[in-house]
Design a protein around this ligand. Structure first.
Ligand code: FES
Length: 399
């Protein structure tokens, strides 16, 4: 850790007592019955991040996304009017999945089974021998999902949202609008499968308590003698969503020459020159249920954890960029950044899977969160509240 100490005031032990302080039940982190309720109580009732507007650069662009936790496939299009819309990827004739390609550009989508053809806005535009049916074309449009774009990020809702996502997020929406991800035109992506529950996986990225033990090298920029665990400066909560402001160690050593060159050519000159001071804003936003974004002047990073089963998840990590690579060195810089993120993440994966194995053994009835793991507790509290409301029960007293 750095030699030079910098005054750091951790969030006080009692400041977040309103979230609860008691042990948290272990079962929701591995139990199949609980997971089945989460499908409907959490994921069908929440806005879910599904893509970025840069994936739909022109009219006719589309992406397909699988949402395993809801057994759904989603088709997102940019229409002739420029609007981004989301639909179930399901033909309204007899339910065949409409699109196989993960992305592309088309004017229409034709179902392979009987050739019903749909427009970018979901309308049924043609169907062979349609006069023999007893229904109108208007009634056969693709099933539409609520869809919103904030800060370039595309969100969908599979149910009936109580409010727009922008209203739900309030000040966090304004913060998202101002984050670098909104200007991104492309990204590097890393997809991983993990044998662990989605909450356990997500929690790993909500706390810094583990950094110095699991990532001794990568932890240096956020750890000092005054802040040996690299704890954040502050935490914030807005409904089911949460945020933290990451502390920067002004005394952190300059990057190694090759790192500096990579940062410089990747556009991150402040980091390359070691100029990040304690006032550098590095905001982390966790949007309920399974997405977080980390934005700073030099980094555009997102991570989504998709539940597959109680003991299996898929993560999607993205580094967002502005502009295409214009030189081999810029390409190198971006690859270097992605490789670094992948290396750090590889250090997390095995310990997360070990955590799941331990919990799934049933050895523990409860787990424990300290105050600097309050974002993890908040995720548990919000999931618990929604699941219990869904099944008509009262929240468990975990305080
Ligand atoms: Fe799609 Fe028949 S199921 S056209």
């Amino acid at each position: 850790m750095g030699e030079c100490s910098v005054a750091f005031e951790p969030v006080g032990k009692d400041e977040l007592d309103w979230l609860g302080t008691g042990p948290v039940p272990a079962e929701p982190y591995f139990d199949n019955t609980w997971f089945e309720m989460e499908r409907e109580a959490v994921f069908r009732q929440s806005w879910m991040q599904i893509g970025h507007s840069c994936e739909l650069p022109e009219r006719g662009s589309f992406i397909r996304r699988e949402v395993e936790v809801l057994k759904a496939s989603v088709l997102v299009t940019r229409g002739k009017d420029g609007e981004i819309r989301a639909f179930h990827n399901v033909c309204t004739h007899r339910g065949t999945q409409l699109v196989d390609d993960g992305e592309g550009r088309r004017n229409t989508f034709s179902c392979p089974y009987h050739m019903w053809t749909f427009a970018l806005d979901g309308a049924l535009v043609s169907a062979p021998d349609f006069g023999s049916f007893h229904v109108s074309k208007e009634a056969c449009a693709l099933p539409r999902l609520y869809c919103e774009v904030i800060g370039g990020l595309i969100f969908v809702h599979f149910g009936e949202p109580e409010t727009s996502l922008r209203d739900e997020l309030g000040p966090l929406a304004e913060k998202l609008d101002g984050m670098p991800v909104g200007q991104a035109t492309t990204f590097s992506e890393y997809v991983y499968d993990i044998d662990a529950n989605w909450k356990l996986t997500f929690d790993n990225f909500q706390e810094n308590y583990h950094l110095r033990f699991i990532h001794p090298a990568a932890a240096k920029p956020v750890c000092s003698a005054d802040n040996p665990f690299g704890y954040p400066v502050s935490y914030g909560f807005h409904g089911a969503h949460r945020a933290q402001r990451i502390w920067t160690n002004p005394a952190m050593p300059p990057p190694a020459p090759i790192q500096g060159e990579a940062f410089r050519r990747g556009g991150a000159s402040a980091m390359a020159d070691g100029l990040l001071g304690a006032d550098t804003v590095k905001d982390y936003l966790a949007l309920f249920p399974n997405f977080f974004l980390f934005g700073s002047p030099v980094q555009h990073f997102s991570h989504m954890v998709m539940p597959i089963a109680p003991d299996r998840s898929r993560g999607v990590i993205r580094l967002y960029w502005v502009g295409e690579d214009e030189s081999a060195s810029e390409r190198f810089a971006r690859e270097y950044a992605m490789a670094t993120a992948r290396d750090v993440h590889a250090e997390d994966r095995s310990v997360i899977e070990r955590g799941h194995k331990g919990l799934a053994s049933g050895a523990l009835r409860h787990i424990h969160f300290q105050v600097q793991e309050s974002l993890c507790r908040h995720l548990f509290v919000e999931v618990d509240r929604k699941v219990r409301a869904y099944r008509g029960a009262t929240p468990e007293q975990v305080r």
